[in-house]
Design a protein around this ligand. Sequence first.
Ligand SMILES: O=P(O)(O)OC[C@H]1O[C@H](OP(=O)(O)OP(=O)(O)O)[C@H](O)[C@@H]1O
Ligand SMILES: Nc1ncnc2[nH]cnc12
Length: 187
Amino acid sequence: MTETQTEVRGDSGPATAQLVASRVLDVPDFPQPGVMFKDLMPLFADGAVFREVIDGIVDYHGRDSFDVVVGIEARGFVIAAAIAYATGVGVVPVRKAGKLPRPAYAASYALEYGEATLEVHQDAFTAGHRVLVVDDVLATGGTAAATLDLVERAGGQIAGFTVLLELAFLSGRERLAPRPVHALLTV
Ligand SMILES: O=P(O)(O)OC[C@H]1O[C@H](OP(=O)(O)OP(=O)(O)O)[C@H](O)[C@@H]1O
Ligand SMILES: Nc1ncnc2[nH]cnc12
């Protein structure tokens, strides 16, 4: 296989996977030695590609399949806000510890390069509201597992979980099973 024929795959098909792959930069040894950081800032910075990606996520789940969208700090906020605006639903942030001003549920977890605690306001969701959760990267799945638990503790019902990029070798998808994962690009 030549360099231009590199195989790409994702849950929305090879064209979408290729689109995402074209806007990811590999940054070695960030934020610590041994980690190959996947930087999706070029995708966010390209208006046409960003719009196509957001529209693709909405089409995949169906415009009427969720009542609210959750973004995980920090890069998930960018994606969630765009989906919310495109569909007319509200956006709820899941934040790193200590940032939310009112009573919150908290969940601690490990990720590829450290540990963290996430929080969501206790009154963030109307009971039974269907929640689409989005983030940029799925690695070990620690962040996503903590978020999905927080959403349910706060009374939300998970309608779907989407990431732009899945690092398959870190087995996040297996960790989240049987919950479905929608990844636009899997590497
Ligand atoms: O699957 P995991 O191993 O849990 O890793 C995935 C998480 O790691 C990154 O966030 P990070 O914690 O670096 O936060 P940031 O978006 O604020 O930079 C990424 O945006 C995901 O949220
Ligand atoms: N390698 C990586 N690149 C970007 N975000 C990440 N989150 C966890 N691991 C990551």
